[in-house]
Design a protein around this ligand. Structure first.
Ligand code: FAD
Length: 377
């Protein structure tokens, strides 16, 4: 049925572009409005776990994403000096002959998703957002920031955690809350032997992690427990990041820190969380991705959940006789699974914030989460 629909997607991130491709491929008339400009796309990388690859495969995107990224298969827990304490493998959820996960640079992922969405026939307008919208029983009338007015059968809100469109439609009282933690991320050349998620635990309780992003690059992250929702001054990020890693003596970490000179990507971002209650739709307007559920990133699965949303919405719009049934079915398929992933991510975040928290418990929860993600969706 998707072929009969005219769909406007607000937000051209991971969920918006995956959905645009899926629906346009099924013949729908799809338009994406993305407020940023195409050249704005930056950032470091992201891990897509096996469940995300499996979902991408359902809309024919897994091979392109895997080709643009770098596979990984191990979670290696090390001490502050870099000695391996424990090594485990996440499940190969997608295929036995495919890695458990890939790392991929965010601009690369955006390029792949955009390319497929365009090739499938979707229209993408950058530097554009929705100023006004109003719905009746059959669809949504809208006015874009360019002044253009239009109408669609379905409007998808995929504009992320701080979604203004969600506020307009569902109410401004649904606001993300600070989770008491934030992440420092620093992109650098990938050292030899750096083949998976690496977690360095210092005796004093601090933890630094690292993830491969491509054959050449990786990123190191440091999770900081902070009472306040802080925005760190850009010009001080390098010094502050170095201070936080003081005392770790793992050779690859020390080498990375020597290269931490302000010319490379470095950022600090506090974690803001939100889980929208069901239903995720109001009439012909529906939420997807972070606009519906912003999880803390311990399971590296917010993007995977956004991809799964896009795939399930595509499947239900194709399968169901009408849009109303499809939106109900979409919410029913997503709610329990998303809540479990949200809860486990937050439980790991809580263990990490507990001064007496058990690091081994955090790794157990991580693998419990991988088990949930491996279940069918
Ligand atoms: C520190 C950190 C690390 C993470 N690591 C991982 C990871 O390794 N793996 C993983 O799967 N997930 C990870 N995530 C989560 C992941 O980034 C998100 O879940 C994912 O980006 C959600 O995709 P989305 O399309 O829903 O939203 P977004 O990616 O936020 O995209 C929303 C888009 O909407 C646009 N937009 C915003 N407002 C408007 C508007 N009014 N009109 C039009 N467009 C608008 C934005 O410019 C943006 O392009 C991480 C998150 C954080 C904070």
């Amino acid at each position: 049925m998707a072929s009969q629909h005219k769909v406007l997607i607000v937000g051209g991130g991971i969920s918006g572009m995956t959905l645009a491709h899926g629906l346009a491929r099924d013949g729908a008339d799809v338009r994406v409005v993305e407020c940023s400009h195409r050249t704005d796309q930056q950032g470091t990388g992201i891990s897509l776990l096996g469940n995300a690859l499996r979902a991408l495969d359902r809309v024919g995107l897994a091979d392109s994403c895997m080709a643009a990224g770098s596979g990984w298969d191990t979670v290696s827990v090390r001490n502050g000096a870099g000695e391996v304490v424990n090594e485990r493998r996440p499940p190969r959820t997608f295929r036995a002959d495919a890695p458990g996960a890939i790392g991929i640079m965010r601009p690369k992922l955006a390029e792949v998703l955009e390319g497929h969405a365009l090739a499938s026939g979707a229209r993408i307008d950058y530097g554009t957002s929705v100023d006004d919208l109003e719905q009746d029983g059959n669809g949504v009338s809208y006015r874009l920031s360019t002044g253009e007015a239009g109408r669609c059968d379905l409007l998808v809100i995929a504009d992320g955690t701080y979604s203004k469109t969600r506020s307009k439609v569902f109410g401004a009282h649904y606001r993300p809350e600070y989770a008491g933690q934030g992440a420092w991320r620093f992109t650098v050349e990938r050292p030899p032997g750096f083949d998976g998620l690496v977690l360095y635990k210092h005796d004093d309780g601090r933890m630094v992690g690292g993830l491969p992003l491509s054959d050449k690059l990786c990123y190191y992250f440091f999770l900081e427990n902070a009472k306040l929702h802080a925005h760190m001054p850009q010009e001080k990020l390098v010094d502050m990041f170095r201070q936080r890693l003081d005392g770790f003596s793992a050779p690859d970490l020390c080498a990375a820190l020597e290269r931490c000179d302000g010319t490379r990507y470095i950022s600090y971002r506090p974690f803001d969380i939100l889980l929208m209650p069901q239903p995720w739709h109001r009439g012909r307007i529906v939420l997807a991705g972070d606009a519906a559920h912003s999880v803390t990133p311990q399971l590296t699965s917010g993007g995977g959940m956004a991809i799964e949303d896009a795939v399930v919405l595509t499947e239900e719009l194709t399968r169901c006789a009408n849009i109303d049934d499809a939106l109900l079915a979409y919410g029913q398929r997503r709610s329990g699974r998303v809540k479990r992933v949200f809860d486990i991510s937050l439980a790991i975040c809580a263990v990490e914030q507990d001064p007496h928290g058990d690091g081994a418990r955090a790794v157990e929860l991580l693998f419990e989460g991988y088990g949930v993600l491996a279940q069918p969706f």
